[in-house]
Design a protein around this ligand. Structure first.
Ligand code: 3HC
Length: 308
């Protein structure tokens, strides 16, 4: 029996690459009637909306989307200034997906505010790439809720990880990560939602890196170590994986694409939370992040990206 996701109003926190991509597939593919996009920075919010419009234009030009479907998707996108607006005059969100910066304290604050504002039925999802979802879920308790009360136990049960991949409109996967607190029906509704967004779904336990980054990041880290040790040149490392294994991007190009700061932070989480030396981050990766070489987004990483 198929489960209805029941999402008529979606809130998305963060109008960066990931948040914007999530808003895009939700408005265009899942046709969620109202997709509310929120960002702490007004500049980022308008940049996000402009990118949403560019993506629609490109899809229309390629003949992948009709002009009327594009117009309908644009009309579904609403911008809001603060998290409290997810339960305001523009509607009450049935689901919120947080795609803010990869920082536990920031995410805990967001989940606390969302739990204080939204009804218990609203699903609260994080797009974290490696932070403990159970820890984030534990912060999904409204201000003033008495510790140990029924609501304090119930509220985190509506939280889980919904992990999209970059670029969201292109990558066909969503990884679901139930926290240890998550209610089964929240997982079922989230799966239905991801499928409505046109995605295939896998499920991972809430372990450091989940399945995706537990496998991907040590692979990227090993490529950085190979470069550091002079085993091969940057270009030959990438070429080996592109042509020998048919990867669309070599691991160093992919690291630049994801962001070297993100790769380092995920490796640090794996290393810290498992205390297993096989996850130690490459020294070169740390030094590049120290230097502000974050990859494509900063203009420099393993490759150079001149400003257009
Ligand atoms: N947004 C929307 N669409 C995009 C896009 C973006 N940012 N970037 C590329 N595309 C689209 C293009 O428009 C094009 O669409 P079309 O087929 O309809 O013409 C299609 O993607 C292919 O793009 P290009 O022809 O420009 O370039 P490539 O063929 O080289 O593909 C790529 C680009 C899809 C990014 C491909 O190189 C790829 O799949 N790379 C690997 C990406 C990957 O592994 N992502 C996962 C990262 S890990 C992650 O996100 C998890 C996190 O927790 C770290």
């Amino acid at each position: 029996m198929s489960v209805a996701h029941g999402v008529k109003t979606l809130g998305v926190v963060g109008a960066g690459q990931m948040g914007l991509g999530i808003a895009y597939v939700a408005a265009l593919k899942a046709q969620i009637p109202s997709v509310m996009l929120c960002d702490a920075s007004a500049g980022q919010l308008s940049k996000g909306v402009a990118f949403f419009e560019t993506l629609l234009k490109k899809d229309v030009a390629k003949g992948k989307v009709s002009q009327s479907d594009a117009d309908a998707a644009r009309a579904r996108l609403v911008t809001v200034e603060k998290l409290e607006d997810f339960a305001g005059s523009k509607g009450i969100a049935d689901m919120v997906i947080e795609a803010a910066t990869e920082n536990l304290a920031v995410k805990q604050k967001i989940f606390g505010t969302l739990a204080s504002t939204l009804p218990l039925e609203t699903i609260l999802a994080t797009n974290t790439s490696s932070i403990s979802v159970s820890k984030i879920a534990a912060s999904a308790v409204g201000a003033g809720v008495k510790p140990g009360s029924e609501e304090a136990w119930k509220s985190p049960a509506r939280a889980l990880g919904i992990h999209f991949f970059n670029p969201v409109p292109v990558m066909p996967l969503v990884e679901l990560i139930p926290a240890i607190q998550t209610a089964p029906e929240v997982v079922d509704r989230s799966r239905a939602f991801a499928q409505a967004c046109g995605k295939e779904v896998t499920t991972s336990k809430d372990v450091p890196g989940f399945v995706s980054n537990r496998l991907l990041m040590p692979f990227i880290n090993e490529a950085v170590m190979a470069l550091e040790k002079g085993i091969a040149s940057r270009d030959d490392i990438d070429k080996t994986l592109r042509l020998g294994m048919n990867h669309p991007m070599g691991p160093l190009t992919l690291a630049d694409f994801i962001g070297l700061d993100t790769c380092l932070s995920i490796m640090e989480t794996l290393y810290r939370e498992t205390a297993d030396s096989k996850y130690r981050p490459a020294v070169l990766l740390g030094r590049m992040v120290d230097a502000g070489w974050f990859g494509k987004k900063s203009g420099k990483g393993f490759y150079d990206y001149p400003a257009k």
